[in-house]
Design a protein around this ligand. Structure first.
Ligand code: NAD
Length: 414
């Protein structure tokens, strides 16, 4: 099994052979600044259960730590550490004043009722309380967490702080909240929208007509679904889709909105009335134009990569392709829009949400969407130019940009 942290290290090492960076900086970035592990008890049905959670704070040279919290049985400090490090580069890539962090709670969410999840989430917030804050570390949703999770955490943080009402300062501790609790328009769709915009920008640069192009999506959650929603407006055709319960193929293409309705009603993809059930291996072998992994890390290894046949892969998920698979895909001339660029839209709108909260402002939906689209397009352009200048991949170019900014900051202080 590939060690996920080694993927980040190899990606960094590779980028730093294309452009040179200060060795001390690279050394500092190789380890997170803080690794917090909490174990806390929760009494459920008269039985005390101990839950374990992590918050890994990788780097805060450019601003407070920032990153999602995921609830999953697979959470480990290694996984969270890699995700925290990617957050540092993602925020730097966008030129937003945040560092990188990530958190996770080891839990099988399906085993608990909504009331129990609320209780566990509130206890987790109590354990994290000393380590987070609007100028210290700002969590957000990730896998299996959502605006409800952030609302509970915000409320609990507020209670612990002894406030009677939600002040601007309290609102700005978590992002990805509901609109009723200081959330922002566009946050929910932001990551998926950003993924789709990156495909559009890549297509423009390559004179590639997206109309009628076939794509497949692994993971139909907050990110995957929202990306499909926008891609359907480009006239693209979703021919295969997957979640943790099954992989489905439909030659004529799925109706994205019917799929969403099915998942809203049944929670899982399995049981959807259209499409033929296939294996994961068959899914990635499908001859299509664009592949969008938007579930979890380490989904494409060398065995899967050797059978992939497409024009473009877009990493909506963090770290879905391991280093060996990436080399195979490069040999096959299949370009990859890397995670730290492709899925950076989420943290961009989190930044807008934080700014609105801090300033006690309300930004209109159309204003945010226009600002967001322009920023994502400009970011793609900036990274694309670097990839031409250094004759390197978009992943190398993304790291070159981020490391360059971190280096300028580091050298100015040392
Ligand atoms: P989510 O929980 O809303 O959805 C995850 C989806 O992946 C679900 O459809 C789930 O069934 C599916 N899935 C899980 N395990 C799977 C497996 N083994 N095989 C196939 N499908 C599987 O999570 P999300 O927020 O959509 O996040 C998806 C990815 O995007 C993660 O890598 C996350 O870190 C990354 N990401 C999310 C955001 C965000 O704003 N939510 C931002 C940046 C990156």
């Amino acid at each position: 099994m590939t060690n996920i942290i080694s993927i980040v290290h190899k990606q960094l090492k590779r980028a730093s052979t294309k452009a040179s960076f200060n060795d001390n900086l690279l050394n500092i970035l190789s380890k997170p600044m803080n690794e917090i592990k909490v174990n806390f008890p929760v009494k459920i049905n008269n039985e005390v259960k101990i839950f374990s959670g992590y918050r890994i704070q990788h780097n805060n040279f450019l601003g407070p730590f920032k990153g999602g919290l995921r609830f999953s049985n697979h959470v480990s400090s290694n996984e969270v550490s890699a995700l925290a490090q990617w957050m540092t580069y993602k925020c730097t890539l966008l030129d937003i004043p945040f560092g990188g962090a990530k958190g996770g709670l080891k839990i099988e969410t399906e085993d608990y009722t909504k009331e129990e999840l609320e209780m566990i989430t509130r206890k987790f917030t109590q354990s994290l309380f000393p380590y987070i804050g609007s100028n210290k570390d700002i969590p957000a949703p990730d896998v299996n967490t959502n605006s409800q999770t952030m609302d509970w955490m915000t409320d609990e943080y507020n209670i612990i702080s002894g406030n009677h009402h939600l002040t601007c300062n309290m609102k700005s501790i978590f992002t990805g909240k509901s609109m009723n609790n200081g959330g922002s328009h566009v946050r929910e769709e932001s990551t998926g929208r950003g993924v789709a915009l990156m495909i559009k920008e890549w297509a423009k640069k390559n004179n590639y007509n997206l109309q009628g192009k076939k794509y497949i999506v692994q993971g139909f959650g907050k990110v995957g679904y929202r990306a499909c929603e926008v891609l359907s407006t480009y006239g693209m055709n979703l021919v295969a889709v997957a979640d943790h319960t099954c992989y489905l193929y439909l030659k004529e293409g799925f109706n994205v909105f019917n799929l969403r309705d099915h998942i809203n009603e049944n929670k899982v993809l399995k049981g959807y009335e259209h499409g033929e059930e296939i294996s994961k291996e068959e899914f990635f072998k499908i001859n299509c134009n664009v592949i969008i992994p938007s579930a979890l890390e380490l989904q494409i290894d060398e065995n899967i990569a050797k059978d992939i046949n497409c024009d473009l892969i877009v990493e909506a998920a963090n770290g879905p392709i391991d280093n060996e698979a990436e080399l195979i895909l490069e040999d096959k001339n299949i370009p990859i829009i890397p995670d730290i660029l492709a899925n950076s839209g989420g943290v961009l709108v989190s930044y807008y949400e934080w700014l609105q909260n801090k300033r006690d402002e309300y930004w209109e939906e159309s204003y945010i969407r226009d600002r967001f689209d322009k920023k994502m397009e400009d970011t793609f352009e900036k990274i694309y130019k670097i990839s031409i200048k250094y004759d390197c991949t978009l992943r190398d170019a993304s790291y070159i940009y981020s490391l360059g900014r971190l280096e300028s900051n580091y050298l100015s202080r040392n």
